[in-house]
Write a protein that binds this ligand. Sequence first.
Ligand SMILES: [Zn+2]
Length: 357
Amino acid sequence: MSALRFRGPVLPDGEVRDLYVVDGNVTYERVASAEPVAEGWIVPGLVDAHCHVGLDENGAVPEDVQEQQALTDRDAGALLLRDCGSAADTSWIHKREDLPRLIRAGRHIARPRRYIRNYAHEIEPEDLPAYVAREAQRGDGWVKLVGDWIEREAGDLAPSWTRESLDAAMRVAHEHGARVTAHVFGEQALPDLIGSGIDCIEHGTGLSTDLIDEMVANGVALVPTARQLGNFPGYAEAGRERFPAYADHMLALHATRREVIGAAYEAGVAIYAGTDAGGVLPHGLIGEEVLELASYGLTTEDALGAASWRARSWLGLDDNLAEGTTADFVVFDRDPLEDLTVLGSPARIVLRGNVVG
Ligand SMILES: [Zn+2]
């Protein structure tokens, strides 16, 4: 039996321990023959709770590119990915021990011509429950809706779905044991999404105090994708000529983003770290997203927890380096809770008990 030994403070509690890896699992029982591998701060595997494997700005990408995207995330320490919608079938990644754990949301569901071309199933509201059922079965326990997007006649963001279709969609998803999340930039789509029982909101720049309180009461999570929010001025200017109202709206949402996400955090909404890699942004930026979340007012512990132990529990990996659990962790030379910039340079990466970086 070959065993590996790591030593250092194990986060989140920071107790200094000898952590052994035997048969892919964590044990704290001494193994005298264990090979010492590294000393440092040991953090449960990082989580990118909003990324897209299998996409680029034009739509689905082939498997070799999907593999490279997953490897780039892994090498940044992101060992669990919640894929927030992909036009490609990436289920083959589940079979690869050397690639991150992947939780897929199937393919985005949007209204016709109301999302990035080649990304989504583009359907009408009456078909929403059937498509939600299909993606719930195709994915790994999540379904992704596009909650709002530019509506050409209005020249601005507008809700994609009727309340009736959302009520039915949430019911169907939950019957299939899947959770639902939605892309939402603006204000208008949020009351019906949250009111119909959605499980998570992506971006959430249009949240108000009332809706934040409703999210807390109903346990609705928020993945702000803080780095992506920084791109809003670029999206505004790209659309300004055809959609001036949209452009102004995006700039206004950008201007209040720190206040809005900060208010959700202060109120107790569960916030998780997602980079939104795969469409516009590159993969491998989980460390930068944690830094960005900290700049929104999250404590270092909450910002890191949003990309590690808290996110793992939320996504159903209730392990976090307890005795006998799977050995997915990252070792850092410095304490990330003292200096989050160290997240950009993992010293060692261990996935399913194998040293992969
Ligand atoms: Zn996204």
